[in-house]
Design a protein around this ligand. Structure first.
Ligand code: ADP
Ligand code: MG
Length: 246
């Protein structure tokens, strides 16, 4: 197996509570993201999916344990990841093209190069001709396409997605999902790996090479961590459907 890009070792997260003891949201967890795979993190609402994603993406510190980026503590190195959010999180005062250019601008890329790359990625996600539109003029599905373009324009090593289709109607979500998978399989998405958070089992099974399940154990510690390997649909004939790892 390839060396992981990201490796979590015994990561835990506690949140302080005003009136009681702290709540454990993530119990000690080991997991890796290796190049070339789509990993889905599946669990019910409140099971700690976003919390775990934020730690893996270097946005929040674990309460215990460690997240490594190519073997080094993630907080000590420069990392290249992007996150697509459920709520799109576009800048309403910027055009589609300007939204996509924004992360490149923040990295100091020259105007001509940044424009060229942004236009190219907008074409890839099916937004050719929408460069000058503003987010409010677009449907939810189109807005999320802009979200994908803005995340991918920096060519992240890992593309994180936190419930990226949850705000969309069923049909739009289905279309975007299968387009994403098609682009991934054609290797036209400029990222090494995708880590997608979802509460939708079907989505996880459709997209992922590997599914990590965050269970909920109400009352006390809320996480009951199980890692399950599912063969990808295209490989299922030759592999066992599930393999319980933990
Ligand atoms: P999910 O993404 O699976 O819905 P979250 O990671 O958002 O779950 O939240 C897991 C649990 O942690 C929830 O009970 C939530 O209320 C709690 N939580 C999340 N963020 C915070 C925070 N910043 N402070 C305190 N509790 C939090
Ligand atoms: Mg969440």
């Amino acid at each position: 197996m390839a060396e992981p890009i990201i490796r979590a070792q015994q990561v835990e997260k506690f949140y302080a509570q005003p009136s009681e003891n702290r709540i454990q949201v993530i119990s000690p967890t080991d997991l890796s993201i290796v190049p070339g795979e789509i990993v889905a993190l599946l669990g019910p609402s409140g099971s700690g999916k976003s919390t775990l994603l934020r730690m893996l993406a270097g946005l929040s510190q674990p309460s215990a344990g460690e997240v490594l980026w190519h073997g080094k503590p993630i907080s000590t190195v420069r990392i290249n990841v992007s996150i697509v959010f459920q709520s799109f999180a576009l800048f309403p005062w910027l055009t589609v093209l300007e939204n996509v250019e924004a992360p490149l601008k923040a990295r100091g890329m020259a105007a001509a190069e940044r424009r060229e790359r942004s236009i190219k990625i907008l074409d890839t996600v099916g937004l050719d001709g929408f460069q000058a539109a503003y987010p409010k003029e677009l449907s939810g599905g189109m807005r999320q396409r802009v979200g994908f373009a803005r995340a991918l324009v920096v060519e992240p090593e890992v593309l994180f997605m936190d419930e990226p289709f949850s705000a969309l109607d069923v049909l739009t979500a289905e279309n975007l999902r299968s387009e994403l998978l098609e682009l991934w399989q054609k290797k036209t998405i400029p990222t090494q790996s995708i880590f997608i958070v979802t509460h939708n089992i079907e989505e996880a099974v459709l997209l992922a090479d590997r599914i990590i399940v965050l269970g909920r154990n109400p009352g006390h510690v809320r996480t009951d961590f199980k890692v399950t390997n599912l063969a990808h649909p295209r490989d299922r004939k030759s592999q066992p459907f599930t393999q319980l790892v933990d």
